[in-house]
Design a protein around this ligand. Structure first.
Ligand code: HEM
Length: 296
């Protein structure tokens, strides 16, 4: 009798094992799909992923796994993929790209719009040159006085936010405009569309920095929800002051010291504004501008 029960248990165990393995193999990604170059990952179990390798002090478990699998590591919390980064170099590459790429995209879009709107360009040059006169070095104090420059930068960020989506995940079930959103749902806020919403903006498809002189209280610090180029809330961009100082300083120098025009035969209204798809929205094609005079 004992032997009979033992064999029943063994057979049930074998069947369960075969069932789990078959399911696991069948749900593995299709081999014919393009394989992503993913970071190294410790072997995972079906259903659990890598959860069984984590202890309550998760940061210590990550660190010890990282010693084996490297500073960028792919783990699975159940079926959810999670990337863990644990090196200053990699963090720098994250943060550095976010900090330089966004500012360079903003500069390229600002110059694009200035070249498309020569009246705005002239007005801005007049402001900058009146404040700087023949001074060569632009200081923080000078930038503070350049209200039109600040309006041009705000309008550029409304019209061309370099990061058009803000991503959040609902931690629990929430209601959004009366709709019920299940916990765990990823929520993408399209700040590009919000910046062009006629419900918030007068003539949103026009590049008009003057709108920020008339209503100068609207800012991009995350409290005015119609203008969110840097996001809002706890995950708002921490680099606002740094990037604004960079963008304003470069623009003030470029416009004080050079006259700008377009290559022969290109009219301002024909200037290409095609966007390149990606996490940060750059111009698709490089901007060609001609510096005709130089005042040093
Ligand atoms: C024009 C320039 C920049 C723009 C438009 C920009 C925009 C953004 C946006 C939209 C986010 C996401 C915010 C959210 O989800 O609410 C973000 C996050 C971030 N930005 Fe910037 N950024 C710029 C420059 C910089 C600079 C210069 C740095 C650092 C030196 C920087 C560092 C970061 C970091 C570390 C985060 C992640 C914050 C977190 O997840 O808690 N950014 N940025």
């Amino acid at each position: 009798m004992d032997e009979y029960f033992l064999s029943v248990i063994m057979i049930s165990f074998m069947f369960s094992l075969i069932y789990i393995l078959t399911k696991w193999i069948l749900t593995k990604p299709n081999c014919s799909k393009r394989k992503l170059l993913q970071p190294p990952s410790p072997p995972k179990l079906p259903i659990l992923g890598n959860l069984h390798q984590l202890r309550p002090l998760t940061h210590r478990s990550f660190e010890s796994l990282g010693r084996k699998y490297g500073p960028v590591m792919l783990l699975h919390f159940g079926s959810r993929p999670v990337i863990v980064i644990q090196s200053a170099d990699v963090a720098k590459e994250d943060i550095f790209a976010g900090g330089t790429d966004t500012a360079s995209a903003t500069l390229a879009w600002a110059m694009t719009e200035l070249l498309r709107h020569p009246i705005v360009m002239n007005k801005l040059q007049k402001e900058i040159r009146e404040i700087l006169r023949d001074k060569h070095d632009v200081t923080d104090n000078d930038l503070e006085k350049m209200h039109y420059l600040k309006a041009v930068v705000k309008e550029t960020l409304r019209f061309h936010p370099p990061i058009p989506f803000l991503a959040r995940e609902a931690r629990e079930d929430v209601k959004v405009m009366g709709y019920e959103v299940a916990g765990g749902t990823m929520i993408l806020t399209n700040s590009w569309a919000i910046g062009r919403d006629p419900a918030s903006w007068d003539e949103p498809e026009k590049f008009k920095p003057e709108r920020f002189l008339i209503n100068s209280s609207i800012d991009f610090m995350g409290l005015d929800f119609e203008l969110l180029p840097f996001g809002a809330g706890r995950r708002r961009c921490p680099g606002i002051a740094f990037s604004m100082a960079n963008v304003e300083l470069v623009l003030a120098n470029l416009l004080q010291k050079f006259e700008w025009g377009l290559p022969q035969g290109i009219k301002p209204e024909d200037l290409d504004t095609t966007e390149n798809p990606g996490g940060i929205i750059h111009r698709k094609n490089p901007l060609f501008a001609v510096a005709t005079h130089c005042y040093f």
